[in-house]
Design a protein around this ligand. Structure first.
Ligand code: IMP
Ligand code: MG
Length: 198
């Protein structure tokens, strides 16, 4: 039997757009804490550098960082993928670089979602050249069906089906990042316009 779907009802959901709950806030928080503990278990003695990919990863990163005991520092990078719709085009461009060197550091790249893998493939290539001691990837969401680039995350919050999702940092045209959980966005055909850069 199909699971009952809960649609988010709010005046902030635009007409013609619908968001169906996929993962609740509580499940997300629980899972992030598990990942945080796992990361510390994997690197018990190390000072960790979490690198967040702006802007989508900010919510995940802030919960993750607070869940990891011990020494943690943060840096951010921003990329933009040229895509107009709810699909990424695969071309990635760096719009903000890290503030500091990662040479010799244990780096965890923190991303909101691993989709085609083009963004992470591009970033990992850049970071690898900068000689970190260790380089790992943590993503809140993984859409394995959409993968083009051979990229795998070391830590995955949730594996999800091939649907366009918003909330907990993920946007549609810069909106819906602040929804507390993750939901599937559906649009009436005439409203499919401009998904912005990350
Ligand atoms: P990739 O390069 O195709 O792996 O895509 C990575 C970026 O595309 C993510 O960091 C998101 O910004 C964006 N993206 C991919 N899928 C979704 C989605 O379902 N909702 C919102 N943004 C998405
Ligand atoms: Mg992103």
């Amino acid at each position: 039997m199909a699971k009952k779907e809960k649609t988010i009802r709010s005046k902030h959901i635009r007409p013609g757009e619908k968001v169906k709950v996929l993962i609740t806030r509580d499940r997300i928080h629980k899972r992030i804490l598990e990942i945080a503990k796992q990361i510390r278990r994997d690197f018990p003695e190390e000072s960790l550098l979490l690198v967040g990919v702006l802007k989508g990863a900010v919510f995940f990163l802030s919960d993750l960082a607070r869940g990891i005991p011990g020494e943690v520092s943060l840096d951010f990078i921003a990329v933009s993928s040229y895509g107009k719709d709810t699909k990424t085009s695969g071309q990635v461009r760096l719009t903000k670089d890290l503030d500091a060197s990662i040479e010799g550091r244990t780096v965890i790249v923190v991303e909101d979602i691993l989709d085609t893998g083009m963004t992470l493939q591009y970033l990992l290539r850049i970071f690898q050249q900068r000689k970190p001691k260790r380089l790992r990837v943590a993503v809140l969401l993984d859409k394995p069906e959409r993968r083009i680039a051979a990229v795998q995350a070391d830590y995955v919050g949730f594996s999800i089906p091939n649907e366009f999702v918003v909330g907990f940092g993920l946007d549609y045209a810069e909106r819906y990042r602040n929804l507390q959980g993750v939901g599937v966005l559906s649009l009436k055909p005439q409203d499919k316009s401009g998904k912005s850069a990350d």
